[in-house]
Design a protein around this ligand. Structure first.
Ligand code: ZN
Ligand code: ZN
Length: 213
């Protein structure tokens, strides 16, 4: 009796093992080829990507048309402080009114529609020579060069040095502190004010990104 009972229990044990084994196979991730599992973009994702690329290309064309003045200033500058006269490239041709953060920055002073260069801190933070000199201490370009050292070693004129620091200061004013690797767009009006305040004697200017290599 006891032996029969042992046999039966051993038999059911082996059945259980078989079921267990099948379950392992089933959950082991070995599955037949299924093309739905390929990491390809879905038609929706592909369409979204395509739309984004088209939009970016359109924005690029738009900035280019502004830069070459095919599109006149009055058609895009709503703050009345932008000017393409000192702009160095197409992407500098955007008004502060098109950059959400500028509106947010001015909203705290009661009017999101005022030009960002009228921010109460702009003049002191971005145009004061002494503030810029102090701000430059410890400020390095992407490749780790000190702005101050490049100026002292004669690789930059004083105005170039001050402008480069002013661009960085502007982003700090608006976006709080950021590292050198991440850049936000500077509106045309901010470039314009900074360049007018620290003019280049040859009228040659570099963009924010080009100054920070
Ligand atoms: Zn503007
Ligand atoms: Zn503006």
């Amino acid at each position: 009796m006891s032996s029969s009972s042992d046999f039966s229990s051993s038999s059911s044990g082996s059945e259980a093992e078989e079921i267990f084994y099948e379950e392992i196979v089933e959950f082991s991730g070995i599955v037949p080829y299924d093309e739905d599992l390929e990491p390809l973009a879905t038609p929706e994702e592909a369409a979204e990507h395509e739309a984004r690329m088209t939009e970016e290309a359109e924005i690029e064309r738009l900035y280019q048309a502004r830069f070459t003045q095919e599109v006149e200033l009055a058609a895009w500058c709503l703050c009345s402080n932008c000017s393409v006269a000192l702009a160095t490239k197409a992407e500098e041709c955007q008004c502060c009114q098109e950059i959400d953060r500028c509106g947010e920055g001015m909203d705290q002073f009661g009017d999101p529609k005022r030009c960002i260069t009228l921010h109460p801190g702009f003049k002191e933070v971005c145009l004061s020579k002494h503030v810029l000199e102090v701000a430059a201490l410890g400020l390095k370009t992407k490749s780790g060069k000190s702005y101050k050292t490049m100026f002292i070693q004669g690789q930059r004129t004083e105005e170039e040095f001050l402008r480069a620091v002013a661009y960085r200061q502007f982003t700090r004013l608006l976006w709080d502190y950021i590292g050198s690797s991440r850049h936000y767009p500077l509106p045309c009006c901010a470039y314009n004010k900074i360049r007018k305040h620290f003019p280049d004697e040859k009228g040659q200017y570099r963009g924010f990104e080009d100054d920070d290599i």
